[in-house]
Design a protein around this ligand. Structure first.
Ligand code: SF4
Length: 360
Protein backbone atom coordinates (compact mmCIF):
# COMPACT_ATOMS: atom_id res chain seq x y z
CA UNK A 1 0.00 0.00 0.00
CA UNK A 2 1.23 3.47 -0.88
CA UNK A 3 0.78 5.80 2.10
CA UNK A 4 0.25 8.68 -0.36
CA UNK A 5 -2.92 6.94 -1.58
CA UNK A 6 -4.52 7.56 1.83
CA UNK A 7 -5.95 10.94 2.86
CA UNK A 8 -3.30 12.59 5.00
CA UNK A 9 -5.48 12.74 8.18
CA UNK A 10 -5.46 8.91 8.19
CA UNK A 11 -1.68 8.53 8.13
CA UNK A 12 -1.24 8.53 11.92
CA UNK A 13 -3.96 5.93 12.47
CA UNK A 14 -2.58 3.74 9.66
CA UNK A 15 0.98 3.91 10.96
CA UNK A 16 -0.18 3.08 14.48
CA UNK A 17 -1.53 -0.22 13.11
CA UNK A 18 2.11 -1.08 12.38
CA UNK A 19 3.32 -0.26 15.87
CA UNK A 20 4.26 3.38 15.26
CA UNK A 21 3.11 6.18 17.55
CA UNK A 22 0.16 8.06 15.99
CA UNK A 23 2.05 11.39 15.77
CA UNK A 24 4.47 9.70 13.37
CA UNK A 25 1.88 10.42 10.65
CA UNK A 26 2.24 14.18 11.08
CA UNK A 27 6.01 13.93 11.28
CA UNK A 28 6.18 12.01 8.01
CA UNK A 29 3.60 14.17 6.22
CA UNK A 30 5.68 17.22 7.18
CA UNK A 31 8.72 15.67 5.52
CA UNK A 32 6.75 14.71 2.41
CA UNK A 33 4.71 17.86 1.78
CA UNK A 34 6.83 20.60 3.35
CA UNK A 35 10.31 19.27 2.60
CA UNK A 36 9.50 17.05 -0.41
CA UNK A 37 11.37 14.11 1.17
CA UNK A 38 9.88 10.67 0.52
CA UNK A 39 12.88 8.60 1.59
CA UNK A 40 12.39 7.47 5.21
CA UNK A 41 16.13 7.19 5.80
CA UNK A 42 16.42 10.97 5.29
CA UNK A 43 13.73 11.86 7.85
CA UNK A 44 16.24 12.75 10.51
CA UNK A 45 13.86 13.43 13.41
CA UNK A 46 12.45 9.89 13.26
CA UNK A 47 13.94 7.24 15.54
CA UNK A 48 16.52 5.08 13.74
CA UNK A 49 14.20 2.07 13.93
CA UNK A 50 11.48 3.99 12.02
CA UNK A 51 13.92 5.22 9.40
CA UNK A 52 15.20 1.80 8.45
CA UNK A 53 12.20 0.33 6.69
CA UNK A 54 8.66 1.48 5.91
CA UNK A 55 6.32 -0.10 8.45
CA UNK A 56 4.38 -3.11 7.18
CA UNK A 57 4.12 -3.09 3.42
CA UNK A 58 3.75 0.69 3.14
CA UNK A 59 5.61 2.56 0.42
CA UNK A 60 6.03 6.13 -0.83
CA UNK A 61 6.56 5.26 -4.49
CA UNK A 62 6.14 8.12 -6.96
CA UNK A 63 5.94 8.22 -10.75
CA UNK A 64 9.38 8.66 -12.27
CA UNK A 65 10.23 11.87 -14.14
CA UNK A 66 11.38 10.95 -17.64
CA UNK A 67 11.63 14.34 -19.33
CA UNK A 68 11.12 18.01 -18.58
CA UNK A 69 10.84 20.42 -21.49
CA UNK A 70 10.80 24.20 -21.17
CA UNK A 71 9.00 26.45 -23.62
CA UNK A 72 10.37 29.82 -24.74
CA UNK A 73 7.64 31.39 -22.56
CA UNK A 74 8.86 29.53 -19.44
CA UNK A 75 6.12 26.89 -19.41
CA UNK A 76 7.47 23.48 -18.42
CA UNK A 77 6.03 20.15 -19.49
CA UNK A 78 7.00 17.27 -17.21
CA UNK A 79 6.55 13.69 -18.41
CA UNK A 80 6.31 11.00 -15.72
CA UNK A 81 6.30 7.23 -16.11
CA UNK A 82 3.82 5.27 -13.99
CA UNK A 83 5.02 2.06 -12.33
CA UNK A 84 3.33 -0.11 -14.97
CA UNK A 85 4.63 1.83 -17.97
CA UNK A 86 2.16 4.51 -19.15
CA UNK A 87 3.50 8.05 -19.35
CA UNK A 88 1.52 11.04 -18.15
CA UNK A 89 2.22 14.75 -18.35
CA UNK A 90 1.84 17.75 -16.08
CA UNK A 91 2.51 21.38 -16.95
CA UNK A 92 3.92 24.24 -14.88
CA UNK A 93 2.66 27.59 -16.10
CA UNK A 94 4.31 30.79 -14.82
CA UNK A 95 2.09 33.77 -15.45
CA UNK A 96 1.36 37.17 -13.94
CA UNK A 97 3.28 36.42 -10.74
CA UNK A 98 1.51 33.08 -10.31
CA UNK A 99 2.75 29.54 -10.75
CA UNK A 100 -0.04 27.22 -11.83
CA UNK A 101 0.36 23.45 -11.99
CA UNK A 102 -1.88 21.61 -14.46
CA UNK A 103 -2.37 18.02 -13.27
CA UNK A 104 -3.41 14.84 -15.09
CA UNK A 105 -5.97 12.50 -13.55
CA UNK A 106 -5.89 9.70 -16.12
CA UNK A 107 -3.37 8.18 -18.51
CA UNK A 108 -5.05 9.09 -21.80
CA UNK A 109 -8.75 9.91 -21.86
CA UNK A 110 -11.89 8.14 -23.00
CA UNK A 111 -14.07 11.20 -23.64
CA UNK A 112 -12.97 11.79 -27.23
CA UNK A 113 -13.22 15.58 -27.69
CA UNK A 114 -12.26 16.08 -31.32
CA UNK A 115 -10.10 19.15 -30.65
CA UNK A 116 -7.94 17.41 -28.04
CA UNK A 117 -4.72 15.53 -28.68
CA UNK A 118 -5.09 13.39 -25.54
CA UNK A 119 -8.30 11.94 -26.97
CA UNK A 120 -6.33 10.05 -29.63
CA UNK A 121 -4.67 8.00 -26.86
CA UNK A 122 -7.97 6.60 -25.64
CA UNK A 123 -8.21 5.78 -21.95
CA UNK A 124 -5.29 3.69 -20.69
CA UNK A 125 -6.20 3.84 -17.00
CA UNK A 126 -7.18 6.03 -14.07
CA UNK A 127 -4.43 7.44 -11.88
CA UNK A 128 -4.23 6.73 -8.15
CA UNK A 129 -4.06 9.45 -5.47
CA UNK A 130 -0.30 8.92 -5.11
CA UNK A 131 0.15 9.39 -8.86
CA UNK A 132 -1.70 12.71 -8.73
CA UNK A 133 0.16 13.93 -5.63
CA UNK A 134 3.40 12.59 -7.14
CA UNK A 135 3.01 15.08 -10.00
CA UNK A 136 2.84 17.91 -7.45
CA UNK A 137 5.87 16.61 -5.51
CA UNK A 138 8.02 16.26 -8.64
CA UNK A 139 6.99 19.68 -10.00
CA UNK A 140 7.83 21.25 -6.62
CA UNK A 141 11.20 19.48 -6.52
CA UNK A 142 11.99 20.84 -9.97
CA UNK A 143 11.12 24.40 -8.93
CA UNK A 144 12.96 24.16 -5.63
CA UNK A 145 16.09 22.86 -7.41
CA UNK A 146 15.92 26.02 -9.50
CA UNK A 147 15.69 28.17 -6.35
CA UNK A 148 12.03 29.23 -6.74
CA UNK A 149 9.99 30.52 -3.88
CA UNK A 150 12.57 30.19 -1.14
CA UNK A 151 11.60 33.56 0.30
CA UNK A 152 8.08 33.88 -1.08
CA UNK A 153 6.40 30.73 0.19
CA UNK A 154 5.35 27.70 -1.83
CA UNK A 155 6.16 28.26 -5.50
CA UNK A 156 3.01 26.56 -6.81
CA UNK A 157 0.03 28.71 -5.79
CA UNK A 158 -2.69 27.43 -8.15
CA UNK A 159 -3.67 23.96 -9.31
CA UNK A 160 -5.88 23.15 -12.27
CA UNK A 161 -7.11 19.67 -13.10
CA UNK A 162 -6.95 20.22 -16.85
CA UNK A 163 -4.14 17.87 -17.89
CA UNK A 164 -4.64 14.43 -19.38
CA UNK A 165 -7.98 12.84 -18.64
CA UNK A 166 -11.48 13.74 -17.47
CA UNK A 167 -11.06 14.42 -13.72
CA UNK A 168 -14.67 13.57 -12.88
CA UNK A 169 -14.34 10.14 -14.53
CA UNK A 170 -11.88 9.43 -11.69
CA UNK A 171 -13.87 11.15 -8.95
CA UNK A 172 -13.20 8.53 -6.24
CA UNK A 173 -9.51 9.36 -6.52
CA UNK A 174 -9.88 13.07 -7.26
CA UNK A 175 -11.73 13.78 -4.00
CA UNK A 176 -9.09 12.31 -1.61
CA UNK A 177 -6.33 13.90 -3.72
CA UNK A 178 -7.97 17.31 -3.28
CA UNK A 179 -8.43 16.65 0.44
CA UNK A 180 -4.67 16.13 0.79
CA UNK A 181 -3.89 19.12 -1.43
CA UNK A 182 -6.00 21.36 0.82
CA UNK A 183 -5.29 19.83 4.26
CA UNK A 184 -2.86 21.76 6.51
CA UNK A 185 -0.86 18.56 7.08
CA UNK A 186 -0.77 18.01 3.31
CA UNK A 187 -0.05 20.66 0.69
CA UNK A 188 -2.24 23.21 2.50
CA UNK A 189 -3.48 25.03 -0.61
CA UNK A 190 -6.71 27.01 -0.39
CA UNK A 191 -9.50 25.18 -2.28
CA UNK A 192 -10.30 28.49 -3.99
CA UNK A 193 -6.99 28.11 -5.79
CA UNK A 194 -7.92 24.72 -7.20
CA UNK A 195 -10.01 24.39 -10.36
CA UNK A 196 -11.56 21.17 -11.61
CA UNK A 197 -12.33 21.21 -15.32
CA UNK A 198 -14.83 18.78 -16.81
CA UNK A 199 -16.29 17.96 -20.20
CA UNK A 200 -19.71 18.09 -18.48
CA UNK A 201 -20.41 14.76 -16.73
CA UNK A 202 -23.64 15.95 -15.12
CA UNK A 203 -24.12 13.38 -12.30
CA UNK A 204 -20.45 13.68 -11.32
CA UNK A 205 -20.67 17.49 -11.15
CA UNK A 206 -23.50 16.99 -8.66
CA UNK A 207 -21.34 14.61 -6.61
CA UNK A 208 -18.38 16.99 -6.70
CA UNK A 209 -20.65 19.76 -5.40
CA UNK A 210 -21.98 17.53 -2.62
CA UNK A 211 -18.44 16.65 -1.53
CA UNK A 212 -18.22 20.31 -0.45
CA UNK A 213 -14.55 20.70 -1.24
CA UNK A 214 -14.90 24.39 -2.07
CA UNK A 215 -13.00 24.06 -5.35
CA UNK A 216 -13.73 26.07 -8.49
CA UNK A 217 -15.64 24.44 -11.35
CA UNK A 218 -14.89 24.87 -15.05
CA UNK A 219 -16.97 23.22 -17.76
CA UNK A 220 -15.92 22.80 -21.40
CA UNK A 221 -18.95 23.96 -23.36
CA UNK A 222 -17.33 24.69 -26.75
CA UNK A 223 -20.61 25.07 -28.66
CA UNK A 224 -23.79 27.13 -28.25
CA UNK A 225 -26.08 24.37 -29.56
CA UNK A 226 -26.45 20.70 -28.73
CA UNK A 227 -26.23 19.79 -32.41
CA UNK A 228 -22.76 21.28 -32.82
CA UNK A 229 -21.59 20.17 -29.38
CA UNK A 230 -22.44 16.54 -30.18
CA UNK A 231 -20.24 16.80 -33.27
CA UNK A 232 -17.13 18.08 -31.55
CA UNK A 233 -17.67 16.57 -28.06
CA UNK A 234 -19.26 13.11 -28.16
CA UNK A 235 -20.14 13.47 -24.46
CA UNK A 236 -22.78 15.96 -25.67
CA UNK A 237 -24.84 12.98 -26.86
CA UNK A 238 -25.27 11.94 -23.24
CA UNK A 239 -25.52 15.27 -21.45
CA UNK A 240 -27.29 18.13 -23.28
CA UNK A 241 -26.37 21.75 -22.60
CA UNK A 242 -29.61 22.38 -20.65
CA UNK A 243 -28.75 19.64 -18.12
CA UNK A 244 -25.22 21.00 -17.78
CA UNK A 245 -26.49 24.51 -17.02
CA UNK A 246 -28.97 23.09 -14.48
CA UNK A 247 -26.30 21.17 -12.58
CA UNK A 248 -23.97 24.19 -12.66
CA UNK A 249 -26.73 26.28 -11.06
CA UNK A 250 -26.78 23.78 -8.19
CA UNK A 251 -22.99 23.81 -7.73
CA UNK A 252 -22.15 25.42 -4.36
CA UNK A 253 -20.46 28.77 -4.90
CA UNK A 254 -19.36 31.38 -2.40
CA UNK A 255 -20.09 35.09 -2.83
CA UNK A 256 -18.79 36.48 -6.10
CA UNK A 257 -17.65 33.06 -7.35
CA UNK A 258 -18.85 31.95 -10.75
CA UNK A 259 -18.71 28.80 -12.83
CA UNK A 260 -16.26 29.13 -15.72
CA UNK A 261 -17.34 27.93 -19.14
CA UNK A 262 -14.45 27.05 -21.40
CA UNK A 263 -14.93 27.52 -25.09
CA UNK A 264 -12.26 26.24 -27.48
CA UNK A 265 -12.56 28.42 -30.58
CA UNK A 266 -12.22 26.38 -33.78
CA UNK A 267 -11.88 28.35 -36.99
CA UNK A 268 -15.03 28.16 -39.13
CA UNK A 269 -16.67 25.68 -36.73
CA UNK A 270 -17.87 27.53 -33.61
CA UNK A 271 -16.40 31.02 -33.91
CA UNK A 272 -18.98 32.99 -35.94
CA UNK A 273 -20.73 36.16 -34.77
CA UNK A 274 -24.06 34.33 -34.75
CA UNK A 275 -22.58 31.59 -32.55
CA UNK A 276 -21.21 34.24 -30.18
CA UNK A 277 -24.70 35.76 -29.95
CA UNK A 278 -26.28 32.34 -29.32
CA UNK A 279 -23.75 31.69 -26.55
CA UNK A 280 -24.40 35.14 -25.10
CA UNK A 281 -28.16 34.51 -24.97
CA UNK A 282 -27.60 31.10 -23.40
CA UNK A 283 -25.30 32.33 -20.63
CA UNK A 284 -26.59 35.87 -20.02
CA UNK A 285 -29.01 34.82 -17.24
CA UNK A 286 -26.33 32.67 -15.65
CA UNK A 287 -23.71 33.48 -12.98
CA UNK A 288 -20.71 32.60 -15.07
CA UNK A 289 -17.64 33.73 -16.92
CA UNK A 290 -16.33 32.46 -20.22
CA UNK A 291 -12.77 31.45 -20.95
CA UNK A 292 -12.11 31.58 -24.68
CA UNK A 293 -9.33 29.24 -25.77
CA UNK A 294 -8.16 29.76 -29.35
CA UNK A 295 -7.47 26.26 -30.67
CA UNK A 296 -3.88 25.09 -30.19
CA UNK A 297 -3.06 23.06 -33.31
CA UNK A 298 -1.23 19.74 -33.07
CA UNK A 299 0.06 17.37 -35.77
CA UNK A 300 -2.83 15.75 -37.61
CA UNK A 301 -5.59 17.88 -36.07
CA UNK A 302 -8.49 18.66 -38.43
CA UNK A 303 -9.11 22.15 -37.02
CA UNK A 304 -7.56 25.57 -37.45
CA UNK A 305 -6.93 28.41 -35.02
CA UNK A 306 -9.09 31.51 -35.56
CA UNK A 307 -7.47 34.89 -36.16
CA UNK A 308 -6.88 37.27 -33.25
CA UNK A 309 -9.55 39.58 -34.74
CA UNK A 310 -12.15 36.78 -34.75
CA UNK A 311 -11.33 35.94 -31.13
CA UNK A 312 -11.54 39.60 -30.09
CA UNK A 313 -14.88 40.03 -31.87
CA UNK A 314 -16.28 36.90 -30.21
CA UNK A 315 -15.28 38.26 -26.79
CA UNK A 316 -16.76 41.67 -27.63
CA UNK A 317 -20.12 40.16 -28.57
CA UNK A 318 -20.20 38.26 -25.25
CA UNK A 319 -19.36 41.47 -23.41
CA UNK A 320 -22.47 42.97 -25.03
CA UNK A 321 -24.44 40.36 -23.03
CA UNK A 322 -22.61 41.46 -19.84
CA UNK A 323 -20.62 38.24 -19.81
CA UNK A 324 -17.01 38.43 -18.65
CA UNK A 325 -15.00 36.71 -21.35
CA UNK A 326 -11.25 36.25 -21.04
CA UNK A 327 -9.01 34.93 -23.77
CA UNK A 328 -6.59 32.27 -22.57
CA UNK A 329 -3.07 32.90 -23.77
CA UNK A 330 -1.45 29.81 -25.28
CA UNK A 331 1.36 28.76 -22.96
CA UNK A 332 4.04 26.35 -24.13
CA UNK A 333 2.76 25.56 -27.65
CA UNK A 334 6.34 25.05 -28.93
CA UNK A 335 6.72 22.03 -26.58
CA UNK A 336 3.10 20.89 -27.11
CA UNK A 337 2.23 21.85 -23.54
CA UNK A 338 -0.72 24.14 -24.30
CA UNK A 339 -4.37 23.27 -23.68
CA UNK A 340 -5.45 20.21 -25.64
CA UNK A 341 -1.93 19.31 -26.78
CA UNK A 342 -0.90 16.76 -24.15
CA UNK A 343 -0.27 13.22 -25.43
CA UNK A 344 2.51 10.71 -25.80
CA UNK A 345 3.07 9.61 -29.35
CA UNK A 346 4.27 6.10 -28.68
CA UNK A 347 1.40 5.45 -26.27
CA UNK A 348 -1.08 6.60 -28.90
CA UNK A 349 0.38 4.06 -31.29
CA UNK A 350 0.44 1.24 -28.76
CA UNK A 351 -3.15 1.93 -27.81
CA UNK A 352 -4.28 2.03 -31.44
CA UNK A 353 -2.43 -1.21 -32.17
CA UNK A 354 -4.10 -2.89 -29.21
CA UNK A 355 -7.43 -1.78 -30.61
CA UNK A 356 -6.43 -3.24 -33.98
CA UNK A 357 -6.30 0.07 -35.86
CA UNK A 358 -4.71 -0.90 -39.22
CA UNK A 359 -3.76 2.70 -40.01
CA UNK A 360 -1.15 2.68 -37.24
S1 SF4 B 1 -10.50 17.82 -23.59
FE1 SF4 B 1 -10.31 16.78 -21.61
S2 SF4 B 1 -12.13 15.46 -21.53
FE2 SF4 B 1 -11.89 16.07 -23.69
S3 SF4 B 1 -10.66 14.38 -24.58
FE3 SF4 B 1 -9.22 16.00 -23.92
S4 SF4 B 1 -8.56 15.34 -21.87
FE4 SF4 B 1 -10.45 14.22 -22.36
Amino acid sequence: MNLLDLPVPLWGETLSQYGEVPYRGRQISHWVFKKLVTDLSQMTNLPLSSRALPPGNLSFDLPEVVTSETSVDGTRKIALRLHDGPIIESVLIPRKGRMTLCLSTQAGCGIGCRFCRTAAMGLIRNLGVSEILGQWIEAMRLLVREGWGEREGPPIDHIVFMGMGEPLANLDVLIPAIRTLTHPDGVGLSPRRITVSTSGLVPKIDLLGRANLGVQLAVSLCAPTDELRREIMPVGRVYPIGEILDVCRRYPLRNRERVTFEYVLLSGVNDSREQARLLGRLLAPFRSKVNLIPFNPFPGSPFGRPSDQTVALFAEILAGFHITATVRKSMGPDVLAACGQLAREHQTMVHALEKGDPST
